[in-house]
Write a protein that binds this ligand. Structure first.
Ligand SMILES: NC(=O)C1=CN([C@@H]2O[C@H](COP(=O)(O)OP(=O)(O)OC[C@H]3O[C@@H](n4cnc5c(N)ncnc54)[C@H](O)[C@@H]3O)[C@@H](O)[C@H]2O)[C@@H](O)CC1
Ligand SMILES: Nc1ncnc2c1ncn2[C@@H]1O[C@H](COP(=O)(O)OP(=O)(O)O)[C@@H](O)[C@H]1O
Ligand SMILES: [K+]
Length: 513
């Protein structure tokens, strides 16, 4: 499998509305719509011909829809025909229904056009899906759903390739939802910038290999779009990555405190502590209940262990101002005592201490999320919360059910706004959202990450970066990427300990030494 996390795509991610505005601004700025369409078709024909290994005579079927996505299809069909491919075109709309550049593109196609609803895929070496793009406005009707499902069945049975223009037809370009049915593509060529629907599930699973082509839209168009969603890639946070300084010492690299659960629940916190050290914190201390002190101390070497019983014990350990990042949740237990420990860790104080809240530190507030948000809003430093889907549903039910929240991205943003904390909404398409509206989406992650303790390792990496004083949103995004990249490097068979063991390889890639 290719290393997807290191593929180069532009950082900014757009909604379909933002993309439409970028198109409009460019056209108003003097670039003809037809030029954009021709450039889009050129990129598409190039991708198609690469998949067909430039062998002329191969048979290509182009499925065109009623809008400009179909227009791109018509122009690409003409280009591929001029490159000596055997091209058939099938249209969903009657040609007289087409408007604007799409109508002009269809008129320039020299061959026959058949009905897409009746078309046969047999004999095709590749199908170009130009049915619907970013203009998809409602669910596909029954006939279009039937066409898409027939195409998907043919692709699976024949093993031939499908290339989607802009976005697999049927995928909502903003939310990633499937509107009735959606094409399963082997490759998708999008234009100018990736859209949120390419990255959020299930949309991402329909795209295959995603490429982004420049078609003449000026990057200056971004200035008016107020883009706040980014691909989670090193370019987003690399310049803020904390690196050890020659004149530095361990205290200048920060001191993370991880809070352990009781005697039978200590492994999770130890994973977090080890991950915090590997993420570069100069020192890591495990605050352990007395009954778990021996088991923790005997299982740790470079992590220090200090006794801390209850919220009071934690408060005593936290009087040391050098402990500038605290992580709670893994193995903590769901209880009122855990709520009190979280409130202690977040209590206002004279110096800036960052906090990461995961697992039981979140679930303990399920009956009263407002109580947690009061604490997170009042906290003196950045707070990062890392819920998986179950924890998110328990804690942020109001954001789940809010009619304005249409996607995982919307929900994570609403949760960050409500809590005043950075929210890492975990899963195969992890979203990191900051209270100020910034968000990042991880473009891929190996499902081998779904293993016990994997989230605990992530909590530790975030704590380690926060201890080094990295800004909250960037630290959380960077940690999510490092965690996924460590798993990608290690490969199949991964367990949580391997994520931690792989972190030096990730560092080496990031800093080149
Ligand atoms: N606007 C531009 O300047 C450019 C647009 N380009 C292409 O144009 C596409 C966007 O074009 P459009 O805005 O025309 O939209 P689309 O071609 O994506 O589809 C919209 C058309 O389908 C209809 N429609 C929407 N949902 C439907 C549904 N569920 N069932 C049946 N019909 C439905 C709409 O009424 C409209 O006619 C992009 O995806 C891209 O491929 C490219 O040519 C590059 C430049
Ligand atoms: N299918 C998947 N694909 C990629 N990453 C996943 C998948 N499922 C879970 N993950 C990631 O694995 C980690 C699991 O965290 P979590 O559910 O808290 O596990 P645990 O509680 O066992 O530590 C998260 O970082 C999450 O994003
Ligand atoms: K399409």
């Amino acid at each position: 499998m290719p290393a997807v996390l290191t593929v180069d795509l532009p950082l900014e991610v757009l909604t379909t509305d933002q993309m439409a505005r970028a198109d409009r601004l460019t056209i108003e700025g003097g670039v003809p719509a037809m030029t954009l369409m021709e450039n889009a078709a050129l990129a598409l024909a190039k991708a198609t011909s690469q998949i067909l290994q430039r062998t002329s005579g191969r048979r290509v079927l182009v499925l065109c829809g009623p809008g400009n996505n179909g227009g791109d299809g018509f122009v690409a069909a003409s280009l591929l025909r001029s490159q000596r491919y055997k091209v058939r075109v099938a249209s969903l709309a009657r040609l007289e229904e087409l408007r604007g550049p799409a109508a002009r593109a269809a008129a320039a196609w020299p061959g026959a056009v058949t009905s897409a609803l009746e078309c046969e895929f047999e004999g095709a070496d590749l199908v170009v899906d130009a049915l619907f793009g970013t203009g998809l406005a409602r669910d596909l009707d029954a006939d279009a759903c039937d066409l898409v499902r027939r195409l998907n069945r043919w692709r699976r049975a024949s093993g031939q390739n499908v290339v989607s223009v802009d976005i697999p037809s049927g995928v909502d370009g903003t939310t990633g939802a499937v509107r009735g049915a959606a094409v399963e593509a082997d490759a998708t060529v999008t234009f100018f910038r990736v859209k949120t629907g390419h990255l959020l599930l299930p949309g991402r699973l329909h795209c295959g290999a995603l490429a982004c082509a420049h078609i003449g839209i000026r990057p200056s168009a971004l200035e008016t779009l107020h883009v706040s969603t980014f691909i989670n890639a090193p370019a987003l946070w690399r310049s803020d990555l904390p690196l050890p300084q020659i004149e530095g010492h361990k205290y200048s690299r920060g001191h993370a405190l991880v809070v352990s659960g009781g005697a039978s629940f200590t492994g999770a916190a130890r994973l977090s502590a080890a991950a915090a050290l590997r993420a570069g914190a100069g020192l890591v201390t495990l605050a352990s209940p007395s009954d778990a002190l021996t088991v923790n101390a005997s299982a740790l070497t470079s992590v220090m262990v200090r006794p801390a019983d209850g919220a009071r014990g934690l408060a005593a350990v936290l009087t040391d101002e050098r402990k500038n990042a605290v992580a709670l949740g893994p193995g903590l237990g769901v209880s009122e005592e855990s709520c009190a420990k979280v409130e202690t860790a977040l209590a206002p104080q004279a110096y800036r201490r960052a906090a990461v809240l995961d697992a039981d530190a979140l679930s303990s507030f399920a009956h009263d999320p407002e109580r947690l948000w009061r604490a997170t809003r009042a906290a003196p430093g950045p707070v990062v919360m890392t819920p998986h889907a179950g924890e998110f549903a328990r804690l942020f039910a109001c954001c789940e059910n809010d009619g304005a929240c249409r996607s995982k991205l919307d929900k994570a943003r609403a949760a960050a706004r409500a809590s005043g904390a950075v929210v890492v909404y975990k899963g195969p398409d992890t979203v990191v959202a900051a209270p100020d509206g910034r968000a990042s989406i991880l473009p891929s992650a190996t499902p081998w990450l779904a293993t016990a303790g994997s989230g605990d390792a992530l909590t530790g990496i975030i704590a380690g970066l926060l201890a080094q004083r990295m800004e909250g949103f960037l630290a959380a995004s960077c940690a999510v990427w490092m965690h996924a990249r460590a798993a990608e490097i290690y490969g199949p068979g991964l367990i949580a300990d391997d994520i931690i063991a792989s972190l030096p390889h990730v560092w080496r890639e990031l800093c080149g030494r």
